[in-house]
Design a binder for this molecule. Structure first.
Ligand SMILES: Cc1cc2nc3c(=O)[nH]c(=O)nc-3n(C[C@H](O)[C@H](O)[C@H](O)COP(=O)(O)OP(=O)(O)OC[C@H]3O[C@@H](n4cnc5c(N)ncnc54)[C@H](O)[C@@H]3O)c2cc1C
Length: 670
């Protein structure tokens, strides 16, 4: 493993080896940023710089299935929302990665796509080429399906559609284990009118279907860093600079994006910065939280916000930071009084089973411990769940759209929302599009997830401190119809638990509890336990027409300037009914093709630039002082932190490992 670490370190550059200019500068080396970097650097005459705020996380545990359910705080931004008045005024956690590979490095590895209608809706909002047919080649280009263990396929009747996959970097398959109770659950779905689909990845992600994970045959995480970045380490035209924040973008008088200003992480705001020029294009891939913030700090955003923050306006683009969407969720729990054996609890309660599971894992990387977060979803159309769905749709249509939107929304953003509502209501009435998601893997408890909320939020820089983390407000459940969807979900889940097949398990409702029956009681229950985000935040630099609050065109170019595009999750106009990782790969693959195509039409002189140019041409930088570490004594275990700025824990490593500095902020026992 240390050899691998050395290899990874060798291909990163430090500030001293930066060129003064690159053909492409990618802001953010997260999931989408690494995909785009890989594709743009395929042309050896183009040089590409990725600037990433986070670092490489080389902890091997991050590749293991267990990492799907424990998100390491070291790799995440530490931000909470403003009080969410629609769910009792609580502040909720947000999920935004800050590590090389971004969300793909830390996420739950449930790897699904939305229904065809989800993407057709994007095209209907004024984005030709972004329908499912336009995206399918990119879903395929990014993935390869690995045939799972035939025994588990046969035992559980797992189905998938091979033609939905291609020959791409991300490995996708099913683990070698499922819990027996899931067989009963599949039957029960059918009994309450939810058919089983052969596959969700081919545009049919509605009703109930199996969902694979993005893991290789050894159940190891297959993600942007190891499949899109590490694999092209020999390319000298691709540079990655970690531990630096892109503060803002600078424009020429003709509003061409010319350069980025970067600053070392942890140095005081307003301190020294380095400017790097982009000959061809700057591509924002800083994610839903920071892409709008970088735009706003660069003078592209709502005019009144910019002037309150003392930022000169380059383009008054009110949609920047609006249109925030995620999938809010609440919990439901039933206990089986006659559960099948083994079940999930057996891993804790049955020592023989536990020992067998350990042995299966350690010897063969198979068995219960190869499982991640589960592999089955019921993504239910509204008419399946609610017989009075038409009345709900009429009530949505008769709402004054502005009433529930944030007060900061411009007339253009309100128009855009009305356009979204038109396509959304068609989806609410459709039998080929899910409105809610109920994950199931055998147990009686799960999350109830709203896939198509009407409420919208904002991500705005703090006008009194533009360097602070952006202010996030999801406005969760501000629109009362969103709560009606939760009530319908709870009632339908109860119906599922009452299905004939389920009775062999003896399900007993724990929460909300059978005594809660009125809609208001269920709303109170749902909102009390509700979270605003299931880590699928998106939409904050939306691909919509400019006069409808859009930020980028269907070419992903930012309105009002040239040489600047967005290639990450923030371009999503309308949240799809799916976990977002696979969709982000498709967006980024398509973005790379769009960028290449326009470069082809407009060649630059960059091909003549020497790749070897280094520091002397880099604009001013203040030398970075080497940080010191004050240790508290004691010995750190292998893989643990042993130094870095601000570290006060042990600096000595357990025998067999040595403390190695990976960056100024993190040394590790390796
Ligand atoms: C904890 C978690 C669990 C998830 N679980 C699942 C799941 O199971 N299944 C699924 O399908 N999806 C899941 N997702 C969602 C999915 O991973 C994300 O939607 C996707 O990774 C987003 O990709 P992105 O490229 O848009 O942003 P990111 O991958 O977040 O990349 C943005 C990058 O930009 C960097 N950055 C930010 N600001 C700056 C700046 N100013 N300068 C330089 N760099 C900057 C950040 O550090 C980050 O690395 C999860 C996400 C998270 C966070």
């Amino acid at each position: 493993y240390p050899e691998l670490v050395d290899k990874i370190r060798a291909r990163q550059i430090n500030i001293g080896s930066l060129r003064s200019s690159y053909d492409y500068i990618i802001v953010g080396g997260g999931q989408s940023g690494l995909v785009i970097a890989n594709r743009l650097s395929e042309d050896s005459t183009k040089n590409v710089l990725v600037v990433e705020y986070g670092y490489v996380d080389n902890n091997p545990s991050q590749l293991e299935p267990s990492s799907a359910t424990s998100y390491p705080s070291r790799d995440l931004f530490n931000v909470t929302t403003v009080p969410q008045t629609g769910i009792g005024g609580k502040r909720v956690s947000i999920y935004a990665a800050s590590v090389v590979g971004g969300g793909s490095t830390v996420n739950g590895m449930l790897f699904d796509r939305g229904a065809a209608e989800d993407y057709d809706n994007w095209a209907a909002l004024g984005n030709p080429g972004w329908d499912f047919a336009g995206l399918l080649p990119y879903f395929k280009k990014s993935t390869t399906f690995g045939t799972p263990d035939p025994a588990i396929v046969q035992e559980y009747g797992i189905t998938w559609e091979p033609s939905a996959y291609g020959n791409g970097p991300i490995q996708v398959t099913f683990p070698s284990w499922q819990w027996p109770t899931i067989k009963v659950q599949w039957k029960a779905w059918n009994e309450v009118g939810v058919p089983t689909m052969r596959d969700g990845e081919n545009g049919n992600a509605y009703n109930a279907y199996w969902v694979p994970n993005n893991v290789d045959a050894q159940s190891r995480r297959s993600y942007a860093k190891n499949r899109y970045f590490d694999t092209v380490s020999s390319r000298s035209n691709l540079h990655l600079l970690t531990g630096y924040r892109v503060n803002d973008i600078q424009f020429s008088s003709a509003k061409k994006a010319e350069s980025v200003r970067i600053q070392q992480r942890g140095t005081p705001n307003g301190g020294s910065t380095t400017t790097i020029r982009a000959n061809q294009e700057i591509v924002l891939c800083a994610g839903w939280l920071n892409t709008p913030a970088v735009l706003q700090r660069s003078g592209i955003g709502p005019q009144d916000l910019l002037s309150r923050a003392n930022i000169p306006v380059v383009v008054d683009l009110p949609g920047v930071g609006s249109n925030l969407q995620d999938h809010p969720a609440t919990q439901i729990n039933f206990q089986y009084t006659r559960d099948l054996q083994p079940n999930q609890a057996s891993l804790y309660t049955n020592q023989t089973f536990q020992a067998w599971a350990q042995q299966q894992w350690q010897q063969f990387r198979k068995g219960p411990m190869s499982m991640l977060v589960g592999n089955a979803l019921a993504t239910l159309p509204l008419p399946t769940m609610l017989s009075t769905y038409q009345s709900l749709i009429s009530r949505v249509n008769s709402q004054n759209a502005a009433q529930y939107l944030p007060s900061t929304y411009s007339a253009a953003s309100i128009r855009g929302y009305e356009a979204q509502r038109r396509v959304l209501m068609a989806s609410y009435a459709s039998l080929k599009n899910g409105i809610v998601e109920i994950p199931f893997s055998g147990g009686g408890g799960t999350s109830l997830v709203h896939e198509k909320p009407l409420s919208r939020g904002t991500v705005l820089i703090n006008p009194s401190d533009k360097w602070a983390d952006p202010i996030v407000d999801y406005n969760t459940s501000i629109n009362p119809i969103d709560n009606e969807i939760f009530v319908a979900m709870i009632k339908f889940y109860r119906r599922w638990m009452q299905a004939p097949s389920m009775q062999q398990l003896g399900p007993q409702e724990q929460s909300p509890g059978a005594s809660l029956t009125t809609d208001q009681q269920l709303i109170n229950y749902a909102t009390q336990g509700m979270i605003s985000s299931t880590a699928h935040s998106c939409g904050t630099s939306a691909m919509m027409p400019q006069d409808q609050g859009g930020v980028v065109s269907s070419q992903l170019l930012v309105y009002g300037v040239t040489g600047l595009s967005v290639g990450d999750i923030s371009i999503i106009p309308l949240i799809p009914a799916t976990h977002t990782c696979a969709t982000v790969y498709a967006i980024a693959e398509k973005a790379a093709d769009l960028i290449k195509a326009r470069a082809g039409n407009n060649p630059t002189t960059s091909s003549t630039t020497s790749v070897r140019t280094t520091t002397s041409t880099t604009r001013t930088t203040t030398p970075v002082t080497t940080p010191t570490t004050t240790g508290s004594g004691g010995t750190q275990s292998k893989w643990g932190q042993c130094g870095g700025i601000g570290w006060t824990g042990p600096t000595a490593c357990v025998s067999g490992s040595t403390c190695q500095s990976l960056n100024p902020y993190y040394s590790q026992c390796l």
